[in-house]
Design a protein around this ligand. Structure first.
Ligand SMILES: C[S@@+](CC[C@H](N)C(=O)[O-])C[C@H]1O[C@@H](n2cnc3c(N)ncnc32)[C@H](O)[C@@H]1O
Length: 226
């Protein structure tokens, strides 16, 4: 996350020393650790235990002593109703097996008036372009499920009983040179074929440029209250 993205989420959070915070799909525990000094305590959860062990070690090294970590899946949280003031998740939702079900669980464990904060990869509103972007990411990593467009987030949150308070989209042009290196020749060949299949108007909309090559990536930041 860019420093400014965390600062934006933090500014939206209204975090207080009395608040109980849960970071979903915490991975290395970045948000759980960042928020910890500003709340009563924070918990990070993830389905991968190894990530949690490393998050715990980092928190210990940093001297953050009001953070804990546990393993679960977001679609079935072993937590009591209305037991958190703030739920965060960074770069998690596009991996979730079932985002609508995860939102039901988040709504259940947030107290009335509690806040959900999300930072995640997002896709264009255009169906063809969003499919193309999701396929591109799935070719890079099979753990990529589905990134939602800002409009789809709005509709889904509303349908699940949240009130969207803030939504921002950040767009950056990304040099795919590093991706080419990291992917290796086989995966890169598939990615290049996917890039070559873009129609000119879609290529322009997605910021694809052959030199580099470069492609735009978009991130959505949002705050929604129950
Ligand atoms: C890209 S990482 C993001 C980690 C961390 N939030 C960060 O920003 O560094 C996505 C994380 O989501 C976790 N994850 C994916 N699906 C999940 C699910 N259904 N329940 C819990 N965690 C999940 C993965 O184990 C992984 O650690």
């Amino acid at each position: 996350m860019q420093e400014s993205a965390f600062e934006t989420l933090f500014a939206w959070s209204g975090a207080r020393r009395s608040h109980r915070l849960l970071d979903l799909a915490t991975g290395g525990g970045f948000l759980a650790r960042q928020f910890a000094p500003h709340v009563a305590w924070s918990l990070g959860m993830d389905l991968v235990v190894d990530m949690l062990l490393s998050a715990r070690e980092t928190a210990r090294d940093e001297g953050v002593d009001n953070v804990g970590f546990f393993s679960a899946v977001v679609e079935d949280l072993p937590l009591q109703d209305a037991s958190f003031d703030i739920v965060t998740t960074r770069r998690g939702p596009h991996h979730f097996a079932d985002i609508p079900r995860a939102l039901d669980e988040i709504r259940r464990i947030l107290r009335p008036g509690g806040l959900l904060l999300v930072e995640d990869l997002t896709v264009p509103e255009d169906t063809g372009q969003s499919e193309w972007v999701n396929t591109f990411h799935r070719l890079i990593s099979p753990s990529h499920g589905r990134a939602l467009s800002p409009g789809r987030w709005r509709d889904l949150l509303e349908a699940k009983g949240f009130v969207l308070e803030h939504q921002e989209v950040e767009r950056r042009s990304k040099d795919l040179g590093d991706q080419k290196q990291a992917s290796g020749p086989e995966v890169w060949e598939r990615l290049q074929a996917h890039l070559d299949a873009l129609e000119p108007n879609d290529a322009a909309a997605l910021g694809y440029r052959e030199e580099g090559p470069r492609l735009d990536t978009q991130t959505v930041l949002l705050a929604a209250r129950v």
